[in-house]
Design a protein around this ligand. Structure first.
Ligand SMILES: *[C@@H]1O[C@H](CO)[C@@H](O)[C@H](O)[C@H]1NC(C)=O
Ligand SMILES: *[C@@H]1O[C@H](CO)[C@@H](O)[C@H](O)[C@H]1NC(C)=O
Ligand SMILES: *[C@@H]1O[C@H](CO)[C@@H](O)[C@H](O)[C@H]1NC(C)=O
Ligand SMILES: *[C@@H]1O[C@H](CO)[C@@H](O)[C@H](O)[C@H]1NC(C)=O
Length: 315
C-alpha cells in the first residue's frame, strides 16, 4: 500500500496534465448524471433498525489476482430488504459506468440502480464491506463509493468486462468545485441477493483467468485462446487427466468452467471479493475480467460495491 501511495503521487503530474484542463467537462459521464438525478433520494429511516453483527465466513480462492469467496455476507432478511430498496429505482443499465471502453455496445442487458445513500441498511452493509477490506482503503482519502443494485431476468447477461476504469474518473461534484482528484475502483464486492427460480448452471459469474490455487489448470490460457487443433496426442492425454481432476474442484458454490477459469453460482447472501488493480502501480489487472452469464428461468438480483481509491493533489 505504501508503494501504491508513493507511486500514485509520483505519477500524479502525468495524470493531472492528462485529465484536468479544457477536457474537464468530458468526464461528466451519463452514468454520473444519472447518479445525480437520484442523489436527493433518501428513504425514511426506521428508528427500530439495528445493524446486525456479521456471521460471514470466507474461502480464499485465488492469490493473484486476489479473490475471496464470502459465505453469508448478508442475512436473508437483509438481502430481501436491499432488493426492496432498489427495485423501484431500476433502469436499463448504463454501459459507460463500467470501464468498458466499447461505449454504446449491447454487451450488457440487465437493469440497475444506485442504492440510496445514508439509508441505514445500505450503510450497514457498506460498513461491513469496508471493515472486511482492512487496510486497502486509506481513511480520510478513499471511500466505499455508491452501491448499485443490478437485476438480470430471463436471457439477460453482462459480457466479459472488467470493473476498473482504463482512465481514472472525476466525480461530478469535484468537477463543479474544481477539486483536483481522480478515482478508480480498487476492488469489487459482488453480492448476490436473490436468485429466484434460476435454472441450475445459469446466471453464474465467470472469471476466465482466475483459477483455484491448487487447480490442475492453474496458469493455463483459457481454452478459447488456445489452438486445440495443434495439440499433440500426449497433450490431449494430459488434458483429459486434468479434466478428471477438475471435477473434484466443483462444489455447490463454484466450478471450473469448460472454457477456462472459474464460474461462481448465484447464491443469495454470498459474495465475491476481488482486487481490481495492482497495488504496486495502480494499473488495472486484466485477469479480473469477468462476465455475468445469461440467466435462464428466473431472476437474479445482486449488489455491486466498488470502493474508490483517490489520487491527485486534492485527494
Ligand atoms: C448473525 O447471527 C445472529 C444470530 O443468529 C442473527 O441474529 C443475525 O441476524 C446474523 N447476522 C447476519 C448479518 O446474518
Ligand atoms: C450522508 O451523510 C453524511 C454525513 O452525515 C453527509 O455528509 C452526506 O452529505 C450525506 N449524503 C447524502 C447523499 O445525503
Ligand atoms: C418463482 O416461482 C414461484 C413458483 O412458480 C413463483 O411464485 C415466484 O413468483 C417466482 N419468483 C420469481 C422472482 O419469478
Ligand atoms: C503494474 O504491476 C504489475 C504487477 O507487477 C505488472 O504486471 C504491470 O505490468 C504493471 N503495470 C504497469 C503499467 O507498469
Amino acid at each position: 500500500m505504501t508503494n501504491f501511495l508513493q507511486l500514485t503521487t509520483l505519477s500524479m503530474t502525468v495524470a493531472l496534465s492528462a485529465y484536468f484542463g479544457p477536457i474537464l467537462i468530458s468526464f461528466l459521464s451519463p452514468y454520473m448524471e444519472q447518479l445525480n438525478r437520484l442523489f436527493p433520494f433518501i428513504s425514511p429511516e426506521s428508528p427500530s433498525y439495528q445493524c446486525a453483527p456479521h456471521n460471514y465466513t470466507t474461502t480464499l480462492i485465488s492469490l493473484s489476482p486476489l479473490l475471496i469467496y464470502i459465505h453469508n455476507f448478508v442475512s436473508p432478511s437483509e438481502a430481501n430488504s436491499l432488493v426492496d430498496l432498489g427495485l423501484p429505482l431500476l433502469q436499463p443499465s448504463p454501459i459507460t459506468g463500467y470501464g468498458n471502453d466499447a461505449q454504446g455496445s449491447q454487451s450488457r442487458t440487465s437493469w440497475s440502480a444506485p442504492l440510496p445513500q445514508n439509508e441505514s441498511l445500505v450503510d450497514c452493509v457498506l460498513d461491513r464491506a469496508q471493515s472486511f477490506m482492512g487496510t486497502l482503503l486509506l481513511e480520510g482519502r478513499d471511500n466505499m463509493g455508491q452501491a448499485q443494485l443490478v437485476r438480470y431476468t430471463e436471457g439477460q447477461k453482462f459480457d466479459l468486462h472488467h470493473d476498473w476504469f482504463s482512465r481514472p474518473r472525476l466525480l461530478d461534484e469535484d468537477a463543479q468545485t474544481g477539486r483536483r482528484r481522480l478515482y478508480n475502483r480498487i476492488a469489487t464486492i459482488f453480492l448476490t441477493l436473490q436468485a429466484d427460480n434460476i435454472t441450475e448452471g445459469t446466471g453464474e459469474t465467470w472469471f476466465p483467468y482466475v483459477t483455484a490455487i491448487n487447480s490442475p489448470t492453474a496458469g493455463q490460457t483459457p481454452k478459447n485462446e488456445r489452438d486445440d487443433a495443434n495439440a499433440t496426442g500426449e497433450e490431449k492425454g494430459i488434458e483429459i487427466e486434468k479434466a478428471e481432476k477438475s471435477k473434484l474442484l466443483a462444489n455447490e458454490w463454484w466450478r471450473e468452467h469448460e472454457d477456462g477459469g472459474l464460474a461462481f453460482k448465484a447464491i443469495p447472501g454470498n459474495a465475491l471479493f476481488w482486487v481490481n488493480m495492482f497495488p504496486n502501480n495502480g494499473s488495472g489487472d486484466g485477469r479480473t475480467l469477468h462476465a455475468g452469464l445469461p440467466v435462464k428461468g428466473g431472476v437474479k438480483t445482486a449488489m455491486n460495491i466498488w470502493p474508490r481509491v483517490f489520487f491527485g493533489p486534492d485527494a
